[in-house]
Design a binder for this molecule. Structure first.
Ligand code: MN
Length: 355
């Protein structure tokens, strides 16, 4: 089954066609990156309506949809709706703007616009199951990130600033083939490491400080995500103790992870270890999230996510302990869930490195 067929297998029958308007999902279905364009898909045929800037590429690469050059978008959609004689159209409620929805409602008064989460949820569900081709891209993205980190370990030393380390990591990732960064690289040192998503500053690294790096590369649209916390010089006893608690929580969760458990179950495996060690209040974010065409996607490994983590999903496992004013530790790998276990795609060592 191709992705359009899978979509209609997920969609309830009241949706006779689907209007896919988000950049990410247009890329997911057509394989082509663009900043504009519309996919209109019926049960028996799909169309990509895209403007002059992208038309040559689209005609050359998109094989699962008829490519139509965009002239008057809404008239073109209306014509196709008439041709296929449908009376309902699902829209991407989770990404469409209110003003777009208003236009759609106005232009298509004689068909039912399904503006519930039906279509967004169906696509999210499909995207939870990574194909071998998608996994290959994610692994390649991770290889790029790890190669970059190995390269810059020697660069991390007393006097170098957080921004300089981030810049070096970014440079290496692009050098090794990243088409983009998964997100703005996080490099923090010393007391700044207690802010889970802090922004790299001009603060220089000092002796005896943790340096926390959370970063990833994008390869063919697919993201990687990893975090390592290293020490410059010798860590204090408390730093070492906290590091080892986070590491134990992370390893235990990875060893237990498999398809079919709920997101909250996986989260709880790591969280209970941190709680039992007395640091429960210092782990204020969820354990992990799905990764793919977006850096944060379904499914989630969080206390509130009572849904299943399906076999074939890619999720991060990233517990942390953050002590305000002192330091923080986070260790993040990401895994593919299988029926009975998981495959860790992050190969970079996790023992506490002292640089
Ligand atoms: Mn992450």
């Amino acid at each position: 089954m191709d992705r359009f067929e899978k979509l209609f297998a997920e969609l309830p029958h009241d949706a006779e066609c689907a209007l896919i308007t988000s950049d990410i999902n247009r890329r997911y279905f057509t394989g082509m990156k663009s900043s504009d364009g519309t996919v209109l898909v019926f049960r028996d045929k799909a169309y990509l309506i895209i403007d002059f800037r992208y038309i040559e590429k689209a005609r050359a690469t998109v094989t699962n949809a008829e490519v139509i050059e965009q002239k008057k978008l809404y008239s073109q959609i209306a014509e196709l709706i008439k041709k296929h004689n449908v009376s309902s159209m699902a829209i991407e409620a989770q990404t469409m703007t209110v003003s777009q929805l208003n236009i759609i409602r106005n232009k298509f008064r004689d068909i039912e616009i399904i503006d519930t989460d039906m279509l967004s949820n169906a696509i999210n569900t499909l995207r939870c199951y990574k194909s071998p081709e998608e996994i290959e891209c994610i692994k390649k993205a991770q290889e790029i990130a790890e190669k970059a980190l190995y390269d810059i370990l020697g660069f991390i030393k007393v006097g170098v600033t957080e921004r300089e380390i981030a810049l070096e990591l970014n440079h290496k990732m692009f050098l090794y083939g990243a088409e983009d960064l998964s997100f703005e690289t996080i490099v923090l040192s010393g007391a700044n490491t207690s802010m889970p998503h802090g922004v790299p500053s001009d603060k220089p690294v000092q002796d005896g400080e943790f340096v926390l790096m959370d970063f990833g590369a994008v390869y063919k649209g697919y993201h990687s995500d990893m975090t390592r916390t290293v020490c410059v010089g010798k860590p204090s006893e408390e730093m070492e103790k906290v590091y080892n608690i986070v590491l134990e929580a992370q390893n235990t969760a990875i060893n237990a992870a498999h398809g079919g458990m709920t997101g909250s179950e996986l989260d709880n495996i790591a969280r209970s270890i941190i709680e039992d060690a007395g640091y429960g209040d210092y782990f204020g974010h969820s354990l992990g999230h799905g990764v793919g065409l977006e850096i944060h996607e379904k499914p989630n490994a969080s206390p509130n996510y009572i849904h299943e983590l399906n076999s074939g999903a890619v999720v991060t496992v990233e517990p942390g302990i953050y002590i305000e004013g002192k330091f923080g530790v986070r260790i993040e790998d990401f895994v593919i869930l299988n029926e009975n276990n998981c495959e860790n795609m992050t190969k970079f060592p996790k023992n506490l490195i002292s640089l």
